[in-house]
Design a protein around this ligand. Sequence first.
Ligand SMILES: *[C@@H]1O[C@H](CO)[C@@H](O)[C@H](O)[C@H]1NC(C)=O
Ligand SMILES: *[C@@H]1O[C@H](CO)[C@@H](O)[C@H](O)[C@H]1NC(C)=O
Ligand SMILES: *[C@@H]1O[C@H](CO)[C@@H](O)[C@H](O)[C@H]1NC(C)=O
Ligand SMILES: *[C@@H]1O[C@H](CO)[C@@H](O)[C@H](O)[C@H]1NC(C)=O
Length: 301
Amino acid sequence: MRNTILLFLFFIIITQIISQDIRSLLLTKWNNIQYQCTNYGCSSSTTVLALNLRACVIACLVNTNCRTLTFDQSNNQCELFVDIPSQYGNLITQANIITMTAIDDRQLSAPMTTSTTTSTYSPTTTTLLSTTSSSSSTTTTTTTTMFTCISSLTGATMLLNLTNSPSQSGYIQYSYNYIAVTTSTRLTLSFRMDLDNWSLDTLSVKRIGTSTELLTNGDFDSGTMSGWLSCNPNNATNFGFVQYNLIYSQSGYYFWKDASTGAVDYLYQYFSSVVGVNYTISFYLRGDGGLPNSANVYIGF
Ligand SMILES: *[C@@H]1O[C@H](CO)[C@@H](O)[C@H](O)[C@H]1NC(C)=O
Ligand SMILES: *[C@@H]1O[C@H](CO)[C@@H](O)[C@H](O)[C@H]1NC(C)=O
Ligand SMILES: *[C@@H]1O[C@H](CO)[C@@H](O)[C@H](O)[C@H]1NC(C)=O
Ligand SMILES: *[C@@H]1O[C@H](CO)[C@@H](O)[C@H](O)[C@H]1NC(C)=O
């Protein structure tokens, strides 16, 4: 098999009421390969919907029995298996299917050791997944170490990708649904517009069926960056800022004005979320049409 084999090393901390164990899953990845269980001895699998491969990997890590997963990129079906292919079943060629399987499943003892990680998602980032189990509930938190403002975008879901968008006479509202995969979700916006400006206002994140706003200062009407973080990793000029202008804001007095020139800049905020719950993300964006330009919106951890 000539496919590139990529190794993923994740740590799961499972804090149980009595004992504390760290589960380390080293997964091998095959592209366009499907694991099929051909033996009657196979355990039954679990199928879940996952927004992307990373969400599927997390579903496997959180399920302590999971040792193999297949992710179908054509319909986002994520299938979790207890077995590993060398025990039962076959690996067959199948377009759009990614199979990942455990090649090592050790119980490591605390404290956590530092390990080298090779990952398609982000080579410099180690993802630590903690699951705290109690008799009635399970919560999952993800901590990204060696965090830089853009490293965590690798593996995030892109909600919007505008390139060289023409001039708009007014704001356009964008709205998306997202199923959270962690207890802290990051919404990131990235802009570039040489010569002219993007205007961004009235961002909102709500759990479907509720009216509680989960973003802080989503309309910038504190007049400050309160709640928001930003970065300019490529040293672009005309970096975005909170602007006061009654006419140009979509609501209230302030909005985010961004004319990042030469490269993109980033604006982001974390909101607390419940794993598996459906959220609505919306915002208003207006582009003046200066070229080149881009506007990208990502959601992930
Ligand atoms: C956004 O779309 C353009 C084509 O319109 C594409 O060239 C670019 O790679 C996309 N950006 C990302 C980050 O995928
Ligand atoms: C847009 O930003 C530029 C700086 O890049 C500034 O000179 C210009 O006045 C801005 N235009 C508007 C309409 O705010
Ligand atoms: C941005 O500027 C800083 C400080 O001058 C420099 O260290 C860094 O290498 C620059 N980054 C890029 C991508 O040019
Ligand atoms: C999330 O909620 C929206 C609005 O109710 C719905 O259309 C969508 O199908 C839901 N997504 C999932 C994956 O359940």
